[in-house]
Design a protein around this ligand. Structure first.
Ligand code: BJW
Ligand code: ZN
Length: 265
Protein backbone atom coordinates (compact mmCIF):
# COMPACT_ATOMS: atom_id res chain seq x y z
CA UNK A 1 0.00 0.00 0.00
CA UNK A 2 1.18 3.54 -0.82
CA UNK A 3 3.30 4.86 2.09
CA UNK A 4 1.34 8.12 2.35
CA UNK A 5 -1.90 6.18 2.54
CA UNK A 6 -0.49 4.00 5.35
CA UNK A 7 0.64 7.10 7.25
CA UNK A 8 -2.74 8.75 6.82
CA UNK A 9 -4.54 5.59 7.90
CA UNK A 10 -2.40 5.28 11.02
CA UNK A 11 -3.02 8.92 11.93
CA UNK A 12 -6.74 8.60 11.26
CA UNK A 13 -7.05 5.51 13.40
CA UNK A 14 -5.69 7.49 16.38
CA UNK A 15 -8.76 9.70 16.27
CA UNK A 16 -11.66 9.13 18.62
CA UNK A 17 -14.25 11.18 16.77
CA UNK A 18 -14.22 11.06 12.99
CA UNK A 19 -16.44 12.89 10.51
CA UNK A 20 -16.68 11.40 7.03
CA UNK A 21 -18.08 14.06 4.71
CA UNK A 22 -19.17 12.82 1.29
CA UNK A 23 -20.24 14.23 -2.06
CA UNK A 24 -21.38 12.85 -5.38
CA UNK A 25 -17.94 11.33 -6.12
CA UNK A 26 -18.50 8.66 -3.47
CA UNK A 27 -21.45 7.32 -5.48
CA UNK A 28 -19.88 7.70 -8.94
CA UNK A 29 -18.56 4.13 -8.88
CA UNK A 30 -22.10 2.93 -8.13
CA UNK A 31 -23.15 4.46 -11.47
CA UNK A 32 -24.77 7.66 -10.22
CA UNK A 33 -23.63 10.74 -12.15
CA UNK A 34 -21.86 13.51 -10.24
CA UNK A 35 -23.10 17.08 -10.68
CA UNK A 36 -20.24 19.01 -12.23
CA UNK A 37 -18.03 16.48 -13.92
CA UNK A 38 -18.15 15.27 -17.49
CA UNK A 39 -21.67 13.89 -17.98
CA UNK A 40 -22.59 15.48 -14.65
CA UNK A 41 -26.19 16.36 -13.84
CA UNK A 42 -25.61 20.08 -14.43
CA UNK A 43 -23.96 19.39 -17.80
CA UNK A 44 -27.18 17.80 -19.06
CA UNK A 45 -29.90 19.69 -17.18
CA UNK A 46 -30.34 23.31 -16.15
CA UNK A 47 -30.71 23.68 -12.39
CA UNK A 48 -32.93 26.74 -12.99
CA UNK A 49 -35.46 24.54 -14.85
CA UNK A 50 -35.55 21.63 -12.41
CA UNK A 51 -33.93 22.28 -9.05
CA UNK A 52 -35.37 25.53 -7.70
CA UNK A 53 -38.64 26.40 -6.01
CA UNK A 54 -39.51 28.65 -8.99
CA UNK A 55 -39.01 25.75 -11.40
CA UNK A 56 -41.31 23.59 -9.27
CA UNK A 57 -43.95 26.32 -9.08
CA UNK A 58 -43.84 26.72 -12.89
CA UNK A 59 -44.02 23.03 -13.77
CA UNK A 60 -44.30 20.53 -10.89
CA UNK A 61 -45.10 17.62 -13.22
CA UNK A 62 -41.86 18.13 -15.14
CA UNK A 63 -39.84 18.30 -11.92
CA UNK A 64 -41.49 15.11 -10.64
CA UNK A 65 -40.84 13.35 -13.96
CA UNK A 66 -37.15 14.19 -13.56
CA UNK A 67 -36.98 12.99 -9.95
CA UNK A 68 -38.83 9.79 -10.79
CA UNK A 69 -36.28 9.10 -13.55
CA UNK A 70 -33.43 9.73 -11.15
CA UNK A 71 -35.02 7.58 -8.45
CA UNK A 72 -35.26 4.73 -10.96
CA UNK A 73 -31.57 5.08 -11.76
CA UNK A 74 -30.59 5.33 -8.08
CA UNK A 75 -32.61 2.24 -7.16
CA UNK A 76 -30.88 0.28 -9.89
CA UNK A 77 -27.51 1.16 -8.32
CA UNK A 78 -25.97 -0.46 -5.26
CA UNK A 79 -23.68 0.85 -2.54
CA UNK A 80 -20.03 0.48 -3.59
CA UNK A 81 -16.85 -0.40 -1.69
CA UNK A 82 -16.59 3.13 -0.27
CA UNK A 83 -20.14 3.17 1.20
CA UNK A 84 -19.67 -0.33 2.58
CA UNK A 85 -16.27 0.40 4.12
CA UNK A 86 -17.68 3.44 5.88
CA UNK A 87 -20.62 1.48 7.25
CA UNK A 88 -18.34 -1.33 8.43
CA UNK A 89 -15.96 1.17 10.03
CA UNK A 90 -18.83 2.81 11.89
CA UNK A 91 -20.33 -0.53 12.95
CA UNK A 92 -17.01 -1.67 14.43
CA UNK A 93 -17.80 0.73 17.27
CA UNK A 94 -14.13 1.42 18.01
CA UNK A 95 -14.65 5.17 17.59
CA UNK A 96 -17.44 7.64 17.04
CA UNK A 97 -17.99 7.93 13.29
CA UNK A 98 -20.33 10.58 11.91
CA UNK A 99 -21.26 10.33 8.25
CA UNK A 100 -22.31 13.68 6.79
CA UNK A 101 -23.40 13.60 3.17
CA UNK A 102 -24.46 16.07 0.52
CA UNK A 103 -25.90 13.19 -1.49
CA UNK A 104 -29.60 12.54 -1.90
CA UNK A 105 -29.22 8.99 -3.26
CA UNK A 106 -29.79 7.07 0.01
CA UNK A 107 -26.75 4.86 -0.63
CA UNK A 108 -25.11 5.42 2.76
CA UNK A 109 -28.27 4.25 4.51
CA UNK A 110 -28.66 1.36 2.10
CA UNK A 111 -25.07 0.37 2.93
CA UNK A 112 -26.05 0.24 6.61
CA UNK A 113 -24.57 3.52 7.89
CA UNK A 114 -26.41 4.96 10.86
CA UNK A 115 -27.16 8.53 11.92
CA UNK A 116 -26.35 9.90 8.50
CA UNK A 117 -26.73 13.67 8.30
CA UNK A 118 -28.18 14.35 4.86
CA UNK A 119 -27.47 18.02 4.23
CA UNK A 120 -29.35 18.22 0.93
CA UNK A 121 -32.19 15.87 1.80
CA UNK A 122 -33.10 12.50 0.35
CA UNK A 123 -34.53 11.83 -3.12
CA UNK A 124 -36.70 9.04 -1.71
CA UNK A 125 -38.43 11.20 0.84
CA UNK A 126 -41.44 13.23 -0.22
CA UNK A 127 -42.79 16.18 1.69
CA UNK A 128 -45.70 18.54 1.41
CA UNK A 129 -44.98 21.97 0.00
CA UNK A 130 -47.38 23.51 2.55
CA UNK A 131 -47.78 21.43 5.73
CA UNK A 132 -45.36 19.19 7.65
CA UNK A 133 -46.44 15.90 6.03
CA UNK A 134 -43.41 13.82 4.97
CA UNK A 135 -43.00 10.17 3.95
CA UNK A 136 -40.35 7.76 2.64
CA UNK A 137 -41.31 6.35 -0.78
CA UNK A 138 -38.83 3.51 -0.63
CA UNK A 139 -37.89 0.99 2.02
CA UNK A 140 -34.79 -0.98 1.01
CA UNK A 141 -36.28 -4.30 2.16
CA UNK A 142 -39.89 -3.31 1.80
CA UNK A 143 -42.69 -4.73 -0.27
CA UNK A 144 -41.16 -4.22 -3.69
CA UNK A 145 -42.14 -0.58 -3.91
CA UNK A 146 -40.10 0.92 -6.73
CA UNK A 147 -39.87 4.28 -5.05
CA UNK A 148 -41.72 6.01 -7.87
CA UNK A 149 -44.54 8.40 -7.18
CA UNK A 150 -47.62 9.06 -9.27
CA UNK A 151 -49.81 10.76 -6.68
CA UNK A 152 -48.60 14.28 -6.10
CA UNK A 153 -51.19 15.66 -3.69
CA UNK A 154 -50.75 15.83 0.07
CA UNK A 155 -53.13 13.38 1.82
CA UNK A 156 -53.45 15.86 4.71
CA UNK A 157 -53.99 19.22 3.06
CA UNK A 158 -54.28 18.63 -0.70
CA UNK A 159 -51.29 20.83 -1.60
CA UNK A 160 -48.52 19.72 -3.95
CA UNK A 161 -46.07 17.17 -2.66
CA UNK A 162 -42.40 17.71 -3.56
CA UNK A 163 -39.14 15.79 -3.24
CA UNK A 164 -37.56 16.42 0.17
CA UNK A 165 -34.30 17.73 -1.26
CA UNK A 166 -32.64 21.12 -0.95
CA UNK A 167 -32.84 23.17 -4.12
CA UNK A 168 -30.65 26.19 -4.91
CA UNK A 169 -31.72 29.22 -2.93
CA UNK A 170 -33.39 27.13 -0.23
CA UNK A 171 -32.08 26.97 3.32
CA UNK A 172 -30.76 23.68 4.63
CA UNK A 173 -32.63 22.14 7.55
CA UNK A 174 -31.46 24.08 10.62
CA UNK A 175 -31.22 21.05 12.92
CA UNK A 176 -29.24 19.03 10.36
CA UNK A 177 -26.89 21.91 9.57
CA UNK A 178 -26.32 22.76 13.25
CA UNK A 179 -25.57 19.11 14.03
CA UNK A 180 -23.14 18.96 11.09
CA UNK A 181 -21.25 22.05 12.27
CA UNK A 182 -21.16 20.74 15.83
CA UNK A 183 -19.68 17.45 14.69
CA UNK A 184 -17.17 19.20 12.41
CA UNK A 185 -16.03 21.51 15.20
CA UNK A 186 -15.85 18.64 17.66
CA UNK A 187 -14.08 15.92 15.70
CA UNK A 188 -10.44 14.84 15.84
CA UNK A 189 -10.36 13.89 12.17
CA UNK A 190 -12.38 15.07 9.17
CA UNK A 191 -12.33 13.08 5.96
CA UNK A 192 -13.74 14.70 2.80
CA UNK A 193 -14.56 12.25 0.03
CA UNK A 194 -15.74 12.93 -3.53
CA UNK A 195 -16.87 16.53 -3.40
CA UNK A 196 -15.87 19.56 -5.46
CA UNK A 197 -16.63 21.62 -2.30
CA UNK A 198 -18.23 24.35 -4.38
CA UNK A 199 -21.68 24.43 -2.83
CA UNK A 200 -22.37 26.51 0.27
CA UNK A 201 -22.98 26.22 3.15
CA UNK A 202 -21.92 22.53 3.08
CA UNK A 203 -18.45 23.44 1.81
CA UNK A 204 -17.77 25.42 4.99
CA UNK A 205 -17.62 22.22 7.05
CA UNK A 206 -14.06 21.10 6.18
CA UNK A 207 -12.74 24.54 6.98
CA UNK A 208 -14.63 24.61 10.28
CA UNK A 209 -13.04 21.29 11.22
CA UNK A 210 -9.58 22.50 10.19
CA UNK A 211 -9.99 25.71 12.16
CA UNK A 212 -10.96 23.69 15.22
CA UNK A 213 -7.72 21.71 14.93
CA UNK A 214 -8.95 18.47 13.34
CA UNK A 215 -6.73 16.34 11.16
CA UNK A 216 -8.13 16.88 7.64
CA UNK A 217 -7.78 14.28 4.89
CA UNK A 218 -9.22 14.43 1.38
CA UNK A 219 -9.92 11.76 -1.22
CA UNK A 220 -11.01 13.14 -4.59
CA UNK A 221 -10.32 12.53 -8.26
CA UNK A 222 -9.47 16.18 -8.80
CA UNK A 223 -7.83 18.82 -6.61
CA UNK A 224 -10.12 21.20 -4.71
CA UNK A 225 -9.45 24.24 -2.55
CA UNK A 226 -9.15 21.81 0.38
CA UNK A 227 -6.23 19.96 -1.18
CA UNK A 228 -3.76 22.63 0.00
CA UNK A 229 -5.22 22.82 3.48
CA UNK A 230 -5.54 19.09 4.14
CA UNK A 231 -2.77 17.18 5.92
CA UNK A 232 -3.14 14.52 3.21
CA UNK A 233 -4.97 14.85 -0.09
CA UNK A 234 -5.27 11.74 -2.23
CA UNK A 235 -6.05 11.91 -5.97
CA UNK A 236 -8.01 8.77 -6.62
CA UNK A 237 -11.29 6.93 -6.56
CA UNK A 238 -13.25 6.64 -3.33
CA UNK A 239 -13.92 2.93 -3.80
CA UNK A 240 -10.23 2.12 -4.01
CA UNK A 241 -8.97 4.51 -1.34
CA UNK A 242 -11.58 4.73 1.40
CA UNK A 243 -11.41 1.05 2.47
CA UNK A 244 -7.61 1.38 2.75
CA UNK A 245 -7.76 4.64 4.68
CA UNK A 246 -10.30 3.22 7.10
CA UNK A 247 -8.29 0.06 7.55
CA UNK A 248 -11.07 -2.15 6.22
CA UNK A 249 -9.74 -5.43 4.80
CA UNK A 250 -9.62 -5.56 1.05
CA UNK A 251 -11.21 -8.32 -0.93
CA UNK A 252 -13.77 -9.13 1.74
CA UNK A 253 -17.20 -10.02 0.45
CA UNK A 254 -18.98 -6.78 1.13
CA UNK A 255 -22.26 -6.98 -0.73
CA UNK A 256 -23.64 -5.43 2.43
CA UNK A 257 -27.06 -6.17 3.86
CA UNK A 258 -29.48 -3.37 3.32
CA UNK A 259 -31.16 -2.23 6.53
CA UNK A 260 -34.80 -3.07 7.12
CA UNK A 261 -35.81 0.55 6.88
CA UNK A 262 -34.33 3.45 4.92
CA UNK A 263 -35.08 5.86 7.76
CA UNK A 264 -33.08 6.03 10.94
CA UNK A 265 -34.85 8.90 12.58
C1 BJW B 1 -14.64 11.31 -7.34
C2 BJW B 1 -15.03 10.18 -8.01
C3 BJW B 1 -14.66 8.98 -7.43
C4 BJW B 1 -15.77 11.78 -9.14
N1 BJW B 1 -13.97 8.99 -6.30
N2 BJW B 1 -13.95 11.30 -6.23
C5 BJW B 1 -22.85 32.64 -5.23
C6 BJW B 1 -23.67 32.76 -6.36
C7 BJW B 1 -24.89 32.09 -6.46
C8 BJW B 1 -25.34 31.31 -5.42
C9 BJW B 1 -24.51 31.21 -4.32
C10 BJW B 1 -23.32 31.87 -4.22
N3 BJW B 1 -22.75 31.55 -3.01
C11 BJW B 1 -23.58 30.71 -2.38
C12 BJW B 1 -24.67 30.50 -3.16
C13 BJW B 1 -25.79 29.67 -2.85
C14 BJW B 1 -25.77 28.25 -3.37
C15 BJW B 1 -24.39 27.82 -3.82
O1 BJW B 1 -23.58 27.35 -3.04
N4 BJW B 1 -24.11 27.99 -5.08
C16 BJW B 1 -22.77 27.67 -5.62
C17 BJW B 1 -22.90 26.56 -6.67
C18 BJW B 1 -22.18 28.93 -6.15
N5 BJW B 1 -26.23 27.45 -2.25
C19 BJW B 1 -27.51 27.30 -2.01
O2 BJW B 1 -28.37 27.79 -2.72
C20 BJW B 1 -27.86 26.51 -0.78
N6 BJW B 1 -28.79 27.25 0.02
C21 BJW B 1 -28.49 28.41 0.54
O3 BJW B 1 -27.40 28.95 0.42
O4 BJW B 1 -29.52 28.97 1.24
C22 BJW B 1 -29.34 30.27 1.78
C23 BJW B 1 -30.66 30.68 2.39
C24 BJW B 1 -30.71 31.04 3.71
C25 BJW B 1 -31.92 31.44 4.26
C26 BJW B 1 -33.07 31.48 3.47
C27 BJW B 1 -33.02 31.13 2.13
C28 BJW B 1 -31.79 30.72 1.59
C29 BJW B 1 -28.55 25.21 -1.17
C30 BJW B 1 -27.65 24.32 -1.95
C31 BJW B 1 -28.44 23.10 -2.43
C32 BJW B 1 -27.61 22.19 -3.32
N7 BJW B 1 -28.48 21.27 -3.97
C33 BJW B 1 -27.89 20.29 -4.87
C34 BJW B 1 -29.02 19.52 -5.59
C35 BJW B 1 -29.71 18.52 -4.68
C36 BJW B 1 -30.99 18.02 -5.29
C37 BJW B 1 -30.81 17.17 -6.53
O5 BJW B 1 -29.79 16.50 -6.78
O6 BJW B 1 -31.76 17.14 -7.29
O7 BJW B 1 -27.04 19.39 -4.11
S1 BJW B 1 -26.77 20.99 -6.06
C38 BJW B 1 -25.63 19.65 -6.04
O8 BJW B 1 -24.34 20.12 -5.57
C39 BJW B 1 -26.15 18.66 -4.98
C40 BJW B 1 -24.87 18.27 -4.31
O9 BJW B 1 -25.14 17.74 -3.03
C41 BJW B 1 -24.06 19.54 -4.29
C42 BJW B 1 -22.58 19.33 -4.13
O10 BJW B 1 -22.03 18.65 -5.20
P1 BJW B 1 -20.82 17.62 -4.99
O11 BJW B 1 -21.28 16.50 -4.17
O12 BJW B 1 -19.63 18.34 -4.52
O13 BJW B 1 -20.63 17.05 -6.48
P2 BJW B 1 -19.71 17.60 -7.67
O14 BJW B 1 -20.20 16.96 -8.92
O15 BJW B 1 -19.63 19.07 -7.66
O16 BJW B 1 -18.25 17.06 -7.32
C43 BJW B 1 -17.95 15.68 -7.33
C44 BJW B 1 -16.46 15.50 -7.05
O17 BJW B 1 -16.19 14.11 -6.96
C45 BJW B 1 -15.56 16.05 -8.16
O18 BJW B 1 -14.58 16.91 -7.60
C46 BJW B 1 -14.90 14.80 -8.77
O19 BJW B 1 -13.53 14.99 -9.12
C47 BJW B 1 -15.00 13.81 -7.66
N8 BJW B 1 -15.15 12.44 -8.09
N9 BJW B 1 -15.73 10.59 -9.15
C48 BJW B 1 -13.62 10.20 -5.74
N10 BJW B 1 -14.97 7.81 -8.03
ZN1 ZN C 1 -49.88 19.04 3.23
Amino acid sequence: MDKRLTEARDALLQARRIVVFTGAGVSAESGIPTYRGENGVWRNYRAEDLATLDAFARNPELVWEWYNERRTLMLACSPNAAHLALSEFQASGAREVSPITQNIDNLHRRAGSRDVLELHGNAFRTKCASCDYAVYDHEPQGDGCRGLRDDFRCPRCGSWLRPDVVWFGEPLDDAVLDAAFERAADCDAFLSVGSSLLVQPAALLPEAAHRAGALVIEVNLEPTWLSELARWSFRGAAGANLPKLLGIAEGADRQGPEPASSGDG
